[in-house]
Design a protein around this ligand. Structure first.
Ligand SMILES: *Cc1c(COP(=O)(O)O)cnc(C)c1O
Length: 240
């Protein structure tokens, strides 16, 4: 077996174990393979193992791989920092955005979403770790921002996303993910708004805690593809 195939088998076993441990249906936990810095050939290999959803952080890199992999029916998720001058390409080339945290960007994505495509699925990024992270809206800003985004015609608000401060303390991991779930559950949107069915949370090191707290997407990079060639910042910064 190839390394990627073995790694995917291990990640799936971890997801299965975590879902069983808390009595969740495995169907409710999506595996988003984070392929930033990885070659198109690695994505092709992961697809051959049954993965269809891939997350990318850097637009130019993602577009190049999308072009190379055009023959595969993949679903692309944008999970990196969004600059205003990149919104048109993101709106045209992705099915999901997990890293939205500003209304100005949301309005651009909505206006630029091609009319022939379904609305862009959005997980609104929330900063659940306080001062330590600069990405994500604050919990205080969340209700108004979620309401505004839920009204934009080119977007479909699906739920929330977080990248908590990394910690090996399982209690702290659970607490951060539980905070995101509580924020999602506490949002009140106008009648008729589609339900917020998504929580994008959990990475290679903490997917068990995230699943226990209700993750609908775990975003897994290094546990599938191995260590990245450089340490890409998960929360901010722009790749040259
Ligand atoms: C890189 C990245 C991941 C994956 O991180 P791993 O620790 O390699 O699993 C998940 N989410 C975001 C937003 C990332 O940037």
């Amino acid at each position: 077996m190839s390394t990627i195939r073995e790694n995917i088998a291990k990640v799936r076993a971890r997801i299965r174990g975590a879902a069983q441990a808390c009595g969740r249906d495995l169907q409710g936990v999506g595996l988003l393979a984070v392929s930033k810095t990885q070659a198109a050939s690695a994505i092709r290999e992961a697809y051959a193992c049954g993965l269809t959803d891939f997350g990318e952080n850097y637009l130019q890199e993602a577009l190049a791989k999308q072009a190379e992999l055009r023959d595969l029916p993949l679903t692309w998720h944008f999970i990196g920092p969004i600059q205003a001058n990149k919104t048109r390409s993101i709106a045209e080339s992705f099915a999901w955005v997990h890293s939205l945290d500003r209304l100005k960007i949301a309005e651009r994505l909505s206006a630029q979403r091609p009319s022939g495509l379904p609305p862009l699925n959005i997980c609104l990024q929330v900063n659940v770790s306080g001062e330590t992270s600069k990405s994500g809206c604050s919990p205080a800003e969340l209700p108004a921002l979620a309401l505004a985004i839920s009204q934009l015609p080119g977007l479909r608000l699906r739920g929330l996303m977080a990248i908590p401060q990394p910690t090996t303390d399982a209690g702290e991991q659970h607490a951060a993910f539980a905070r995101l779930r509580a924020l999602r559950d506490g949002l009140e949107l106008p009648p008729g708004t589609p339900p917020l069915d998504s929580l994008s949370m959990g990475m290679s090191e903490d997917l068990e805690a995230a699943i226990a707290e209700g993750a609908s997407w775990v975003r897994i990079g290094s546990a599938i593809f191995g260590a990245r060639a450089y340490a890409a910042p998960a929360t901010q910064g722009n790749h040259p």
